[in-house]
Design a protein around this ligand. Structure first.
Ligand SMILES: C[S@@+](CC[C@H](N)C(=O)[O-])C[C@H]1O[C@@H](n2cnc3c(N)ncnc32)[C@H](O)[C@@H]1O
Length: 735
């Protein structure tokens, strides 16, 4: 099923170790690689392809770690190996398994699913694929030497993580630098050989109407990057940096198949050279990784069972006790007896990371706000050894079904599944959690290799509406945590997107709205890169450097972002003019004194001053709320475009008399709740049309005049009172 599909789509990936991370650079330096096809579309392999790949499998095995070891001893003796009994699923409370669990706590396991693919695929959850905001990431890095050594489960190895990752990261940095220097030197030599300062990259721009010659295009991309690296010396007179960047972006769009809008957005995150490496990496799939389900087995037994089936694999690295990188498999990974028995789950390496950062403890109460298809939920459940309680929520019913399937298959018995819009449901329905994971719906710019559709499907509007939803969700996540939790009080925010709007800007926003949280170290060591401290003239909280970014071209994992927050106090009571997440009046989910404190939680819109008193500097501009005139105009423009796309005249629709709008609302209120997408779409239109916020609650009398309900009147009176109160306290304060 899904997994099988995925395996067939790619050959054996290079190991995830250090050498792998420098692979791209080597390629670049070597320059001998055939240019990748532009914007490769997802395609299914034909049966013939599959047959060929199966035939090739044995050859490839010899190259790989675990299997190659086995083969070197007994080449071609697979049959005798397969006589071994397939491991029977262990009971959930098997003590051995729990021992293995221990390993995980200290470790940096690894994968994070920015998106949710791998496992979705395995599960054959095709019905879930309609949600294009979800993405998985794969990953892995690892030291080949450390196969399944006898002391694999030893304490020493358990505790390795942060330190090891840091060491590995430094090593990688050094190697990367070396590679860059070599590449630079090679470029300079190439320039010398051609005996020209630089080619005139503008010369051949006029081949109108002809299909682009990809090889020439690629050459021009590298030439332009080289010129941009030393514009003074290599640039043509009369041509500015902007001219070259313009040309480069055009070429990138043609070569890789991005819209100009997205290419520019991603390009701006890097230097031109690194941007090229990023776009290149998006053309290559990340390694296939599976996570051992320690509720049912341990990694050693699982590896042995799969090796016996001819699967070529090895541990993803010392940072994880549960991850296995699969190089080749003669059987679909989503249909092995081990898979069906819940011994493993296909999970991108990057998707381990948020769970490792959250580090849920046994007996805690944990919320996974956007959890389907459950890669992270089930990992949390395993880390908690099936104790305590994991509330796994997802707004999508079809996706929630897949989530339930995974929870059952993996034997998670401490998990409750809910199907609610987390923006409004938490902490109203439940609050007071020890930890909350928000693996937010996102644009998926970190997982383009899995979903090339992102290259053309994401537009300006998505980058307004999705971050808006992410902000609402993160505020709700914060309000759902018990700051007084003895063991926790943490929130982890993650996305499988690399844009600043969806990551640092969202975190910055909540820091401003919630002075009662602070950024803390993720515990993921030096693995990954620090979050941005500034971007496009905006400055972020200095602690933003503690958040982690992961990139396909740097760590060979899906693009991912992880931020860990600690809640230090109850959220201040909202002011009367609050319009944000409907999270007032949370109900107690359990009757502990600490949970009771959440009763007072609601949205606070007072300007936030952080520990350093920098608040005012952090907010504003493109990353502040949507109340700025600039944003409002952009939203309005997006709305007009949306209507035009639907074939409607924006002027006609937006200027419609209110009366008819009320009628429409009346009608729609009879239908079921809006879909998630509709709600997202509504963000822009609400702002544009300045509809009264509670218009949906109006009723239409026979004369069609909207009349407020009794409830509404009470609320208005309460609002008036609260406003008076605010004014009084403001006066007091000014005195
Ligand atoms: C990135 S995916 C989560 C992947 C999941 N954490 C995992 O590891 O398997 C984002 C999920 O958010 C869900 N979602 C989107 N909007 C939501 C909302 N308002 N409330 C709750 N879930 C939402 C989507 O249905 C999607 O399943």
């Amino acid at each position: 099923m899904g997994v099988g599909r995925r395996m067939k789509k790619q050959g054996p990936p290079a190991p995830l170790d250090e050498s792998k991370i420098t692979m791209l650079k080597k390629r670049k330096a070597g320059g001998a690689e055939a240019p990748p096809k532009p914007a490769p579309a997802k395609r299914r392999r034909s049966d013939a392809d599959e047959a060929v790949s199966k035939k090739e499998a044995p050859k490839k095995k010899k190259v790989n770690g675990a299997a190659s070891k086995a083969e070197s001893k007994e080449p071609k003796k697979q049959p005798s190996v397969t006589k071994k009994a397939v491991p029977v699923p262990m009971s959930d409370d098997d003590e051995d398994m729990e021992d293995d669990d221990d390993d995980e706590f200290g470790d940096l396991d690894g994968i994070s699913e920015g998106s949710m693919d791998s496992d979705d695929a395995v599960e054959g959850l095709s019905d879930l694929e309609d949600d294009d905001s979800v993405v998985d990431s794969d990953e892995e890095g690892h030291a080949r030497g450390a196969m399944f050594s006898d002391d694999e489960d030893s304490d020493a190895e358990e505790r390795l993580t942060a330190a090891n990752i840091e060491g590995l990261s430094q090593k990688l940095d050094a190697e990367q630098q070396e590679e860059e220097e070599a590449a630079e030197q090679e470029m300079q030599e190439a320039a010398l050989q051609t005996n020209i300062a630089a080619p005139d990259v503008f010369a051949d721009q006029t081949q109108q109407g002809l299909a682009p010659d990809l090889q020439l295009l690629r050459q021009r991309i590298t030439d332009t990057i080289r010129i941009l690296g030393d514009l003074k010396t290599l640039g043509l007179p009369g041509k500015s940096r902007t001219d070259y960047i313009d040309l480069l972006l055009d070429d990138i769009c043609t070569y890789y198949g991005y819209t100009r809008f997205l290419a520019e957005k991603l390009f701006n995150l890097f230097t031109p050279r690194e941007a090229f490496a990023f776009f290149e990496a998006n053309e290559t799939p990340r390694p296939v990784v599976i996570r051992t389900n320690t509720l049912r087995t341990n990694r050693r037994s699982l590896a042995q069972a799969l090796i016996n089936r001819g699967v070529v694999l090895e541990p993803v690295g010392k940072w994880s006790k549960v991850g296995l990188q699969v190089f080749e498999s003669p059987v679909p990974l989503g249909a092995t007896p081990e898979y069906l028995a819940g011994h493993y789950i296909l999970q991108a390496a990057s998707s381990f990371l948020p769970v490792m950062a959250l580090a849920p403890q046994p007996n805690e109460r944990v919320l996974d706000m956007a959890s389907a298809p459950g890669g992270k939920t089930t990992y949390m459940s395993a880390l908690m050894r099936n104790t305590g309680c994991v509330v796994a929520n997802d707004a999508s019913k079809p996706r929630a079904k897949g989530l339930i399937g995974n929870i059952h298959r993996l034997g998670c018995k401490n998990t409750i599944v809910t199907n609610m819009d987390a923006r409004t449901a938490f902490p109203k329905a439940m609050g007071g959690f020890d930890r909350v994971l928000l693996d937010a719906p996102c644009t998926g710019t970190g997982v383009i290799s899995k979903d090339p559709g992102v290259k053309t499907s994401k537009n300006e509007r998505d980058f307004l509406a999705i971050p808006h939803m992410q902000r609402q969700l993160l505020l709700a996540a914060i309000d759902s945590v018990d700051h007084a939790s003895k063991t926790g009080g943490y929130i982890v925010y993650s996305t499988c997107s690399v844009t600043v709007e969806e990551n640092e800007a969202v975190v910055q926003y909540v820091l401003r709205k919630r002075p009662n949280v602070k950024i803390v170290d993720t515990g993921l060591g030096g693995f990954g890169s620090p979050g941005f401290l500034s971007y496009m003239g905006k400055t972020f909280d200095p602690k933003m450097a503690l958040t982690r970014r992961y990139f396909p071209h740097r760590e060979n994992v899906d693009g991912f972002y992880v931020c860990k927050l600690k809640k230090t106090a109850v959220t201040p009571v909202a002011k009367s003019d609050d319009t944000e997440p409907r999270s007032k009046g949370p109900k107690k989910a359990r009757s502990t004194s600490s949970a009771a404190s959440t009763d007072d939680e609601s949205i606070d819109k007072t300007p936030i001053v952080d520990e350093n008193g920098h608040a005012a500097d952090f907010e504003g501009g493109a990353f502040s709320s949507f109340e700025d005139p600039e944003d409002i105009e952009r939203i309005a423009r997006a709305e007009r475009n949306r209507l035009r796309r639907k074939g409607l005249n924006p002027k006609g629709v937006l200027n419609k008399p209110k009366k008819s709008k009320v009628e429409v609302l009346e009608k729609t209120s009879e239908t079921t709740a809006p879909s998630q997408e509709e709600e997202t779409n509504a963000v822009a239109s609400k702002k544009t049309t300045n509809e009264p916020k509670r218009e949906k609650k109006t009723v239409v009398k026979e004369d069609k005049k909207p009349v407020t309900t009794e409830k509404e009147e009470k609320k208005t009176a309460a609002k008036g009172k609260a406003e008076k109160k605010d004014k009084k306290s403001a006066k007091k304060a000014s005195k």
